[in-house]
Design a protein around this ligand. Sequence first.
Ligand SMILES: NC(=O)c1ccc[n+]([C@@H]2O[C@H](COP(=O)([O-])OP(=O)(O)OC[C@H]3O[C@@H](n4cnc5c(N)ncnc54)[C@H](O)[C@@H]3O)[C@@H](O)[C@H]2O)c1
Length: 243
Amino acid sequence: MDLSGKTALVTGAAGGIGTAIVQRLRNARARVAVADRSVRGIEAEAHLPGDLLDPAYTDGLPDAAAAELGGLDIVINNAGAITRGPVTETTDADWSLSLGVNVEAPFRICRAAIPLMAGSGGGVIVNTASCWGLRPGSNHALYCMTKAALASLTQCMGMDHAHQGIRINAVCPNEVNTPMLRSGFEKRGFEPDKALAELAESVPLGRIAEPDDIADVILFLASDAARYVCGALVEVNGGKPVS
Ligand SMILES: NC(=O)c1ccc[n+]([C@@H]2O[C@H](COP(=O)([O-])OP(=O)(O)OC[C@H]3O[C@@H](n4cnc5c(N)ncnc54)[C@H](O)[C@@H]3O)[C@@H](O)[C@H]2O)c1
């Protein structure tokens, strides 16, 4: 995969999947701006730390990345926050966090990035949604709802902005071996390695995903190899349905 001359913004760049995306993009010779609460220690061409719940930061990210990199060809809206439980155990804080990080931030970033991309002849956006946004999963009502919103936004934007030369798609993983998944097990009192081994038995391919499994699909969607893929929700789940 050769992305020489391309510039990319990645949110959630310090997380499990984000780290793998940044490495993949840079290995493909793209120049990358990384965004996360802290981006200390991440090798990249531009560093844009901040809180995606701050509208001013989020609205300004595409411009800031373009200014640092000299343009913006690729945006990967990868940051995410997970809250657990049925709605009866969901707090106002859970609501604000989930909607803010999983829906409002990608909306703001896309709204700012699309005109930039259109003005330079086109671009690519890949959003990290989830299989849990395509079908319901138990006890994660808000997470599923926000990922469903992001999936729908992706399909609508894919349709609306294709004529500007912008391809917008989403990747929809099932369980991935990242801090998000492991910390969830820890919070519920399970030993993460043991819980992950048990989870692997429920996956037809015999293991849960590693971040690289997802990052490879994101890289494909970001590249010209996916030139006719637009408004798609690509499931990457090892054959496992949501349960
Ligand atoms: N791990 C899984 O099983 C799984 C499955 C399906 C989808 N996903 C999605 O994949 C994406 C990446 O998740 P991950 O598994 O790598 O999790 P992760 O927790 O390792 O990474 C998420 C990153 O997003 C950043 N982030 C969260 N809130 C932020 C905020 N307010 N401001 C700035 N940055 C913020 C975090 O700091 C973190 O680095 C998420 O959108 C997640 O919902 C993960």
